[in-house]
Ligand binder design. Structure first.
Ligand code: GLN
Length: 456
């Protein structure tokens, strides 16, 4: 049914870069056969899933939305993909994304943008707009995304879906094509909080193949979500409203839904207080130094020799440097080039302390803001994004406008803490979905699921 629906709607939406119809049907038959033989499989066995193209899959191309990796089929599965297969989920295919996960709209995909199923003239968010649109349009019940500065939560918000960025180190990054290694996390996209929790339980937990993977035991996120369904689950929960993450610059309908949500939370017995995080105003600036610095280093591996595309120079001698330059010129899009140049500049001798060094200090201050806030409250809330889905082209020519859209989501990545976006209705002025972001202290992902299920 999902494959038929993809065939019917994806020519318009373009949520998928690759659909693995035959493999999906064969996997479904194998799951059926196991069940028929009396095997007891997990709760998500037989459930179809869409996979963001940033994740390595050994039977499907993995392009990360870039021409430089066109047609590349990795020789291995990302750990999260292996865990999906072990739990007998059914990969439907790979979803569209901004090239190397750089962007907030999927307009930076080398393969053309994804359309928002709510309004096809509008962006589905980014970088994981493909996964969010696939879930929102019922092409897949659940999906995997990756979140470096909001790429799970912001697409979830603008498509009316649920998206979770786990605690840094909670889900393996092995086989996730790296954007910024100290910020990247893989996580679930879904239509309900409980679905996200079930998927989180499948993909999460220690992985020896990822050196930053936490060794802590994790509670069941699904059990945490079920706890949220109990009467009075919100009673006495201390919720902090981050002063710096709503107000000026936020769309009127976003603010309205947020205010109403706070009133509903208070009516359900939550204690609402305002908390200030004075250093958040520098988070976008710090992020857009740290991310390009790490990205410029990570993307150095695309050297025309090890992966994908190789282009010879159109004239002059064919040296290794010139082949590398011609390949990168042809294979990388403008946003990727912009960030590589920013990153190498920020890391260069003489500028390192002023830019990268200062950004790292700001990162510590932001972490301290969170620590201070979480002394007073259990959870922090804000709108997931300052606006609803914007129109194609609206921010494309102005990188700063695109970057500022990430103001709400970036702090959680800089601090490594978990965050969730869940729907809080539609903005009255445009009828488009608005997301509520909730953040918890590091390793307290379960709290998000209890809260999310209670609110939903
Ligand atoms: N919009 C952010 C950026 O462009 C988010 C990236 C991400 O989370 N992958 O960097």
């Amino acid at each position: 049914a999902h494959l038929d629906h993809i065939a019917a709607v994806d020519t318009d939406l373009h949520a998928f870069l690759h659909v693995a119809a035959d493999a999906a049907l064969a996997t479904a038959d194998r799951v059926d056969a196991r069940r028929a033989a009396g095997e007891r499989l997990g709760l998500l066995a037989g459930v179809p899933i869409a996979i963001k193209d940033v994740l390595a899959t050994r039977d499907m191309p993995s392009t990360a939305g870039s021409k430089i990796l066109e047609g590349w089929i990795p020789p291995y599965d990302a750990t999260v993909v292996k865990r999906l297969r072990d739990a007998h989920l059914i990969p439907l295919g790979k979803t569209n994304m901004d090239e190397f996960a750089m962007g907030s709209s999927t307009e930076h995909s080398a393969y053309g943008p994804t359309r928002n199923p709510w309004d096809q003239e509008r962006i589905p968010g980014g970088s994981g707009g493909g996964s969010a649109a696939a879930v929102a349009a019922f092409e897949a019940p659940i999906a995997l995304g990756s979140d470096t500065g909001g790429s799970i939560r912001q697409p979830a918000a603008v498509t009316g879906s649920v998206g979770v960025k786990p605690t840094y180190g909670g889900v393996s990054r092995y086989g996730a094509i790296a954007l910024a290694s100290s910020l990247d996390q893989v996580g679930p996209v879904s239509r309900t909080v409980y679905d996200a929790a079930l998927l989180h339980d499948v993909i999460g937990g220690h992985d020896p193949l990822d050196s930053t993977s936490l060794t802590d035991p994790w509670p069941s996120m699904a059990a945490a979500a079920r706890a949220g369904l109990a009467d009075g689950a919100l009673k006495g929960i201390r919720i902090g409203v981050v002063k710096e993450l709503h107000g000026d610059g936020f769309q009127a309908g976003v603010k309205q839904r947020f205010t109403e949500t706070l009133a509903l939370l208070a009516a359900a017995g939550a204690e609402i207080t305002e908390v200030s995080a004075p250093n958040f105003e520098y988070s976008v600036a710090a992020y857009y130094l740290i991310l390009p610095a790490e990205a410029s280093s990570n993307l150095a591996r695309f050297d025309s020799v090890r992966f994908g595309l190789r282009e010879n120079p159109t004239d002059g001698p064919v040296t290794i440097e010139r082949v590398m330059a011609a390949t990168r010129d042809a294979g990388f899009g403008p946003e990727v080039k912009r960030r590589i140049i920013l990153g190498t500049y920020a890391l260069s001798t003489g500028y390192y302390d002023a830019y990268y060094g200062s950004a790292q200090k700001v990162r510590t201050l932001i972490q301290r803001d969170f620590d201070a806030a979480f002394e007073k409250v259990d959870l922090l809330v804000s709108p997931s994004a300052p606006t609803t889905a914007f129109k194609f082209g609206e921010k494309l020519a102005d990188p700063m406008a695109m970057y500022l859209n990430d103001i709400t989501t970036i702090p959680a990545n800089l601090a490594g803490i978990p965050g969730m976006s869940l729907p809080m209705g539609l903005a009255p002025e445009d009828g488009l979905p608005v997301g509520l972001q909730v953040m918890a202290p590091a390793k307290q992902d379960a709290r998000l699921y209890t809260f999310g299920a209670a609110v939903e």
